[in-house]
Design a protein. Structure first.
Length: 172
């Protein structure tokens, strides 16, 4: 590998958070920007800007998996300023969002991340469940074809009352 390309790669790796341009890297290699880009492409098979972006995204993935830094802190450390730009390129490179990389890391080591449990929904009484299901059935079938057969309201109310009696919330 050409020593000037090797020097540029070392600079990119060392200064991920710096705003490195092709002009800056070519000046350090004592080449014109076009000659530097051509040489870099022929040696690595990748354009200098793309190579730098890939280095940054790979380092971001490592930091997401191994540290508890926030996504914004990681973006800053690897030289991205725009969250949507970062997320779009990250997903294109790694096939998943930055948040998706972070979740499995938390599942692997709950001691480092604290509790990874989700908050559960409050439990509903039987009567509430039944009336909720009634609402879902009637709401879901209002505009469907063929028309669904709905139970008469008196049967539904009896079912709610019987369910509430079983749970002891009503006097039967």
């Amino acid at each position: 590998m050409d020593w000037r390309v090797k020097q540029a790669i070392d600079t990119m790796t060392r200064d991920l958070d710096a705003a490195l341009s092709i002009a800056t890297l070519s000046h350090r290699a004592n080449l014109s920007p076009s000659r530097f880009a051509h040489l870099f492409q022929s040696e690595t098979g990748c354009a200098p800007a793309r190579y730098l972006r890939q280095l940054r995204l790979d380092e971001a993935k490592t930091l997401l998996a191994d540290t508890s830094l926030s996504v914004k802190e990681i973006m800053s450390r690897v030289g991205f300023n725009d969250p949507s730009h970062f997320a779009r390129h990250f997903k294109r490179r790694h096939g998943m969002s930055p948040r998706a990389v972070r979740v499995p890391a938390r599942a692997r080591s709950p001691g480092m991340w604290g509790s990874a449990r989700r908050r559960r929904r409050p439990l509903m009484s039987g009567a509430t469940k039944m009336s909720s299901m009634i609402g879902q059935v009637t709401a879901g079938t209002a505009n469907s074809w063929p028309p669904a057969v709905l139970a008469p309201q008196s049967i539904l109310e009896t079912g709610v009352r019987n369910l509430a009696c079983e749970e002891g919330s009503l006097m039967c």
